[in-house]
Design a protein around this ligand. Structure first.
Ligand SMILES: NC(=O)c1ccc[n+]([C@@H]2O[C@H](COP(=O)([O-])OP(=O)(O)OC[C@H]3O[C@@H](n4cnc5c(N)ncnc54)[C@H](OP(=O)(O)O)[C@@H]3O)[C@@H](O)[C@H]2O)c1
Length: 306
């Protein structure tokens, strides 16, 4: 699929609180190294190439970038690359970060943050990104733990002006309710894609739409093992891609965007050609039959994955 008017605006916009973003955004997790995001065995991406990808994304109209201080490989940090590539930041750029997971300097995963540690994690992101506050911070959960205390700690930082808007990640519907009782939630970032649905995905998707919350899927392209080519692509995805002269990755992105106007895409890549393909996917419209065929693929996976 080629496009003569390549722009991230092709799929329209959505508001994260008072911030308007194009629905095609960018995920920075893949910028730091080739292949699997957190493996020490991979080679770091060339810094200039990663910087060029970020600059090209913004040139194409991407104004929503997802990142985290814990997105780093031995020699590259996603936040540092964003700072270097895009600072001083364009006025309309919205950078979303996430906190919760703990990661030491050597890349080892440590305990999940306690509420009183979230301030430090927010400040770490602010320092690395070279800002005075963060636009959107997602509380990344694991398991069925209550969100109240953690979200309450973030709500205090929001009141102080260190954070403009709050979101959630890897959560169940009741955790969204719990958080909303404390402070407004502007986005929910859960694993979601063709054949990659959590058991509660449709409920979370619908709930977010009803409440005006952005639903932001991660792993919309990669899914389980496809990044390494270990899992062959579904025949239906290949068929639909062929019909549109598109790639399977573009079909996967288009399918997520068609699940609702509140769905935002944050495809991750360190490859300039893939970036352009992902932006072009915002203009791809699937027919109802195609969408239904793709929706039928795969059964929901467990409720707490990734
Ligand atoms: N909230 C959370 O817990 C959470 C968890 C995971 C990720 N995230 C966020 O979500 C973003 C998206 O997730 P993700 O990066 O893991 O997965 P993804 O966007 O579904 O897929 C990325 C993988 O697909 C490849 N790819 C990207 N565009 C492609 C294209 N057009 N054609 C073929 N291959 C393509 C990339 O490799 P190349 O680099 O070679 O293109 C990479 O291996 C992340 O970057 C991160 O910001 C959030």
């Amino acid at each position: 699929m080629t496009s003569h008017s390549l722009t991230a605006a092709a799929a329209g916009t959505w508001r994260l609180g008072d911030l308007t973003v194009n629905r095609i955004g960018f995920g920075a997790m893949r910028l730091t190294q080739n292949g699997a995001a957190f493996s020490d065995e991979r080679t770091p991406h060339d810094r200039d190439r990663a910087v060029a990808v970020l600059r090209r994304a913004v040139e194409l109209g991407v104004n929503h970038i997802d990142t985290a201080a814990f997105y780093f490989s031995p020699l590259r940090s996603a936040n540092e690359l964003i700072n270097r590539a895009l600072g001083p930041y364009p006025d309309d750029l919205v950078i979303t970060t996430k906190v919760g997971p703990g990661r030491g300097p050597s890349g080892d995963w440590t305990d999940w943050a306690r509420p009183e540690q979230l301030r430090g994690q927010v400040q770490e992101n602010i320092r690395q990104l070279g800002r005075d506050h963060l636009d959107v911070v997602n509380l990344r959960m694991n398991g069925n733990r209550p969100v109240s205390e953690l979200f309450g700690a973030l709500a205090e930082l929001r009141e102080e002006g260190l954070v403009r808007h709050l979101g959630l990640s890897n959560v169940r519907p009741e955790q969204i309710d719990e958080a909303r009782a404390i402070a407004p939630v502007v986005c929910v970032q859960n694993r979601y894609g063709i054949g990659e649905r959590r058991a509660d995905s449709q409920e979370v998707l619908r709930m977010c739409g009803d409440l005006g919350i952005a639903f932001v899927p991660f792993f919309a392209i990669a899914g389980a093992g496809r990044e390494s080519g270990a899992v062959p692509e579904h025949e239906a995805v290949v068929d639909v891609a062929r019909a549109h002269d598109a790639s399977p990755a573009q079909v996967r992105l288009a399918w997520t965007l068609q699940q609702g106007t509140h769905v935002l895409a944050i495809p991750g890549t360190g490859d300039p050609a893939h970036l352009e393909a992902n932006v072009a996917a915002g203009a791809l419209r699937l027919t109802d039959d195609e969408t239904a065929r793709l929706t039928a693929l795969g059964q929901p996976t467990g409720a707490d994955v990734a």
